[in-house]
Design a protein around this ligand. Structure first.
Ligand code: PSU
Ligand code: MN
Length: 305
């Protein structure tokens, strides 16, 4: 039974029972996306922002044989301290991570799955996985994209890191029928930078119209949706600078032959080190901004029942 393995935090269970707004948050960003202790600080501050905007935060992780939606403060600390010593669980790893026990950070794909099982339909993250550069030979396409096509959760992100091939990522999302919605933008953002030069066909500027659209999308059984919220201007890094970081990180990965599930964490860490931590400030601020937008959407969706 799923219910034996799914544990809802008391605050999350109550909110869901009352039909209140809940926002899911992922944990691979904590275990594999940022170093300690900044990861813990980010995780707490993102939860606080969700609360401040009227929703209940549900950070999702795999802990000691259970899928937990709404981890407590002690669990946030454990996840942050373990970092890369925890495993990284995407869809294919879910059952084995549960059987193995211990801690696993959930990627966007697994966080969506667990959120949907719990009855949560809005999720905030930093950046999603996508089609990697060179995918035409490596076939490296994140399971996040397929999950978006089938699982009814709206994922608010700052686009995708330009460590990915952005046009191919957008093409795969289109093939899978995933709406990619610009939140107050016409241009797909690329994590550190507000624009990529790749235009989006869908744009929403007010939260009520977006909630109407999402409500119908879920009602029709059309799977998930991606909401792209550009990093706040004050923290933006220009595209050339970010591109130089990324090229250097990709070069390192290539030299060391990093592959598979290790590539995304490797690149994130390489960029952190290359920039002497400068990339981290932007990373944290965009996660915070996404949490705020997600909370507002969740509140509007909760009103629609
Ligand atoms: N991109 C980021 N930060 C992250 C991730 C991606 O800028 O922390 C994490 C997310 O959890 C995402 C996962 O779901 O990496 C994708 O991994 P992969 O490419 O192995 O599917
Ligand atoms: Mn991959």
């Amino acid at each position: 039974m799923i219910t034996d393995r799914l544990l809802l935090g008391a605050h999350v269970r109550e909110a869901l029972n009352r039909g209140q707004a809940v926002v899911a948050l992922e944990s691979t960003i904590i275990t594999h996306g940022m170093p300690y202790p900044q990861n813990l600080k980010m995780a707490r501050s993102v939860e606080d922002l969700v609360r401040k905007h009227g929703a209940v935060p549900a950070t999702i992780a795999i802990m000691d044989g259970q899928m937990v939606a709404g981890v407590d403060e002690a669990a946030l600390e454990r996840l942050s301290e373990q970092g890369h010593a925890a495993s990284k669980a995407s869809r294919r790893d879910l059952a084995s991570a549960l059987v193995q026990g211990g801690l696993a950070g959930t990627t966007v794909a697994t966080t969506m799955m667990i959120a949907a099982m719990a009855g949560i339909h809005v999720f905030a993250t930093g950046g999603i996985g996508g089609v990697h550069r060179g995918a035409e030979t490596s076939f490296d396409i994140s399971a996040d994209l397929e999950e978006l096509s089938r699982t009814p959760v709206a994922v608010v992100c700052a686009g995708a890191k330009a460590i990915l091939d952005i046009p191919k990522t957008l093409e795969v999302l289109e093939t899978h029928g995933v709406p990619v919605i610009g939140w107050r933008t016409d241009d797909f953002p690329v994590f550190y930078s507000r624009t990529s030069g790749h235009k989006l066909d869908l744009r929403f500027d007010d939260v009520d119209s977006l909630a109407d659209m999402l409500h119908l999308h879920f009602d029709l059984g059309l799977g998930g949706a991606l909401i792209a919220n550009p990093v706040p201007e004050a923290f933006e890094i220009n595209r050339e600078t970010a591109e130089n970081w990324i090229k250097a990180a990709l070069h390192q990965a290539d030299m060391r032959g990093v592959r598979g599930k290790d590539i995304t964490p490797f690149l994130l860490n390489a960029i952190f080190e290359l920039t002497g931590g400068k990339s981290l400030k932007t990373n944290i601020e965009l996660a915070r901004s996404n949490a705020e937008v997600a909370a507002r959407i969740a509140v509007a969706l909760a009103r629609r029942g």
